[in-house]
Design a protein around this ligand. Structure first.
Ligand code: PLP
Length: 408
């Protein structure tokens, strides 16, 4: 029995893999007397990430959750504003909105991509709409050209939760550079990892960059103003001893207290190495997914996900569906696959049905497609890059056996 509960094809608790490169980097960092905080590796990882994504700015964070929280902070929402969000994502995507006095409108999803359905999105836009927060579900990019076009027409901002989408491409561009703000996660399960936790925020605006640098360096996110040279705000002695702490400006308005939310040197160094491996890691995920597609496409009762021809699916999650017309019971499929050694986890419970959102009046019927899929059709399978041929084969045989039973 392993910590995977004995599954021959375990759910990926580690979405990537480490090798000698990471180990020797860590050895040299841990045997040196250099500090491990706010150093050059962090700056280099951020520069690499900007180049990769194609954004003007990239700031490392301690997690994807922190990046998303900061993204929502940057939106500058006011009471009464409306934000349109996807219900089919991890709850960290939208959780900070619970603390704000804003109206959240859940946008139903497309039954193939599980991304927000642009036709539904159009019906939810109002003069009070300030932002859309979406996810590229499983690593399949959302319909960004049309979403961004609508955002420019109606004057709202677009936040991409790109936690699944590292390695994906959309019409020759990369998620995280398509909307106004991109948020990434390097959690252990994600396509690359910075030693278990970590994240990144990307955007183009220079004024946001200044705010983020102050905020994650434990200064307030607010409005600062230079003091006239004649003003003497603090006594002269400390100023002479610490000229860098002379505080020649004052904070006129505090919007958010500062915090420390930056990545350590070992994490950032590993992040750079992992980013270099990303093309190979993504190719392996895509190859695994292709093999699963091949098997499932031939099975009555199963429906595979189809990626549009001009996007590259990063397959953070491999998703397929049982066909509701076939009468196949999704829960039976999941239970049988588990019995046959395939560890299936379903992702994600529709957010509008979580207790904290129901408390605010959201509920069943609000996103019928998301509900139908979650409660009866969608299934995720392991497709991490380090699965071996034997494990893929095992999964394909388990799928064939399961569907022959449930359709009998
Ligand atoms: C993992 C994940 C997050 C949160 O990232 P952490 O780094 O775990 O905080 C946010 N959104 C989605 C869609 C995720 O999958």
């Amino acid at each position: 029995m392993t910590d995977n509960g004995g599954y021959e094809v375990p759910y990926p608790r580690l979405g990537s893999r480490f090798d000698e490169a990471e180990i020797s980097l860590l050895t040299s960092l841990l045997t040196s007397t250099e500090g491990l905080s706010q150093g050059p590796l962090r700056d280099r990882f951020e520069a690499d990430f900007r180049d990769y994504v194609g954004s003007a700015h990239a700031f490392s964070m301690t997690s994807g959750t922190v990046a998303l929280r900061l993204a929502i902070q940057l939106l500058g929402l006011n009471p009464g504003d409306e934000v349109i969000v996807t219900p089919q994502t991890y709850n960290a995507t939208i959780q900070p909105l619970l603390e704000l006095d804003v109206r959240v409108r859940f946008c139903d999803i497309d039954p193939n991509t599980l991304n927000i359905d642009v036709d539904v999105l159009r019906t939810l836009i109002s003069p009070r709409t300030r932002a859309v927060i979406l996810v590229h579900y499983g690593g399949l990019p959302a319909d960004m050209d049309e979403i961004v076009r609508l955002s420019r027409e109606h004057g709202f901002l677009v936040v991409e939760d790109a936690a699944h989408a590292l390695g994906a491409e959309y019409r020759g561009r990369r998620p995280g550079s398509l909307g106004d703000i991109g948020c990434f996660s390097f959690h252990s399960t994600k396509n690359i990892t910075t030693l278990g936790e970590g994240g990144m925020i990307t955007f183009d605006r220079d004024d946001w960059a200044e705010r983020v640098l102050r905020w994650r360096g434990n200064q307030c996110d607010g409005i600062y103003r230079s003091l006239p040279p004649s003003a003497t705000p603090i006594p002269p002695v400390p100023q002479a001893l610490y000229p860098e702490l002379s505080y020649t400006h004052e904070c006129v308005e505090v919007r958010y207290a500062g915090t420390n939310a930056t990545m350590s040197e070992p994490a950032a160094g590993v992040g750079r190495l992992q980013l270099r491996k990303l093309p190979e890691l993504t190719a392996r995920r895509r190859s695994n997914a292709g093999q699963l597609d091949q098997t499932l496409a031939a099975l009555p009762g199963a429906r595979i996900q189809r990626a549009p021809h001009d996007v590259l699916h990063a397959y953070h999650l491999y998703t397929f569906f049982v066909d509701p017309e076939s009468g196949v019971d999704r829960d039976r499929v999941v239970a049988r696959l588990r019995e046959l050694g395939v560890e299936v986890w379903l992702r994600y419970f529709p957010l509008h049905l979580l207790p904290e959102w129901r408390r605010l009046g959201h509920g069943l019927g609000e996103c019928p497609v998301a509900e139908r899929l979650w409660f009866g059709q969608q299934i995720n399978l392991p497709c991490q890059p380090w699965l071996g041929e034997t494990q893929i084969k095992k999964m394909r045989v388990a799928l064939e056996e399961t569907f022959s039973e449930v359709t009998a």
